[in-house]
Ligand binder design. Sequence first.
Ligand SMILES: Nc1ncnc2c1ncn2[C@@H]1O[C@H](COP(=O)(O)OP(=O)(O)OP(=O)(O)O)[C@@H](O)[C@H]1O
Length: 518
Amino acid sequence: MAEPQPQAEALAEPARINGAAAEATLSGGELAWRPAAGGGGGGEVQERRLELESEVLGCRVEGRKLRVATFSASGGGDGERPSGLACGGGGKGGGGDGSRRRGEVVLEMESEDAAARWGDAIKDRLASLGRPKRLFIIVNPYGGKRSGRSIFQNEVLPLIEAAGILYTMQETKHRLHAQEIAHSLDLRKYDGIVCVSGDGVMVEVVNGFLQREDWETAIKVPLGIIPAGTGNGMAQSLLHAAGEPFSISNAVFAIIRGHKRALDVTSVVQGKTRFFSVLMLTWGLVADVDIESEKYRWMGSARLEFYFLLRVMNLRRYNGRVLFVPAPGYEQVGEPVEQTTSCKQNGVSTGSQEDKADDRNGETSGYPGPSVEEADLEWRSLSGPFVSVWLGNVPFASEDAMAAPKAEFADGYLDCAIIRDCPRWDVLGLMFQMKDGAYVNSPYVEYFKVKAIRIEPGMRVGSSNKGGIVDSDGEVIARGDGSRAGGGGDAEHLMAYGPPIQLTVDQGLATIFSPKSR
Ligand SMILES: Nc1ncnc2c1ncn2[C@@H]1O[C@H](COP(=O)(O)OP(=O)(O)OP(=O)(O)O)[C@@H](O)[C@H]1O
């Protein structure tokens, strides 16, 4: 990210703050003021400094008044911070618990000209930081607790407006609407696409981008996520990685600051059906709990714990197999696989030419998915029965479940946490170690990284016709209950339960706004 231009002239002029005489300076990336020599005037003024990059939203000029909108650590009065407090470069801004709040500092300059000059200088410095100027904001009024609209109005808009960002907002009207928007939007008009939603809508945007003819440019448009869903795994992963507390305003401020990171995209393929995922895929216990507990929604968030307990009492194991290409360092996991069982021969393509024409909506343009040279890959396998197969692209699957603690945003690998044989009460114990990811240290969890993985989901142990659920980024993609599949039309699910489903990772294909690490 661009730093404030070194040649930017430093300013130092008299100003009044709270009616008291002060000396204000704008130097490099910092606005500061201290009591003027000799004092004078009504109130008192304390020495203060504000780092523009990490504490200032924007500013506006009203006559002789320069109004600086701040978003900084609590404890500093009206958004200002006493100069004695720590000022980490791009960090949290010095608050004990790291939480920030909005404030305003009003500097009354000696003339309107001076105020205008200072206003321009601050705006120039903020502009040089690479912050977005125009955003397209997609709001899902339906996700989570149906609060997307009020989150946008009350928590997003005030910050975006104070930062002087121009925006276009559109609410989603139905499922896959966000995908349609991302597919047809004139992306040249925007510096980023922000989703006020759960993870599902953001995944739709990624799929919409990758269905475009200009997918190569589209997928580089920065995505932003403001948590307003049930599953907010991406927002939590980004904030946690930067040492920031989970909050809507911290997520908004990360977008305003404009810092970005690359994000792996996983191509999920079955035969000629393909879609793209950025969060996770689960099969077995976790998917069963997530999806089947829907019928206990009236219980609120307790439904997950309740249904988990129910499932543990009556633990299901699924037959099947997973085949994978291990990441370096994990070559010893599982058993080697004969080349004759390569993916191609089992009917799954990894993106070879004849399959490149098809995707979720039967589009003929768009990203064909990664090409993988089968001959170069050393596949290994693990055989069932499985209690749970959990694949994560980022650490958090939801706000309070760290499914893949070692996952990195753009390492080019998926993290796998697999439970096979595990006594039922140990499964229960694992649940209590989910919040901080400690469950992966259990001897019952096989944790490793892969470049590609193929799941061959089988029937429940003891049943000849009951399969499980395969869930990707919160959507059921296959269900082993005989319901129909077919990749579009009126089919109930995108894919069939049983035939292999293959995931291949594209390293750092997408770009996402991300809080700056401390
Ligand atoms: N207006 C709408 N009516 C119905 N569904 C919608 C609407 N807008 C979006 N959706 C769908 O809502 C689903 C969930 O959206 P989102 O990602 O915001 O939340 P979530 O946390 O993943 O899920 P949820 O909160 O619904 O459990 C997506 O599949 C999306 O297509």
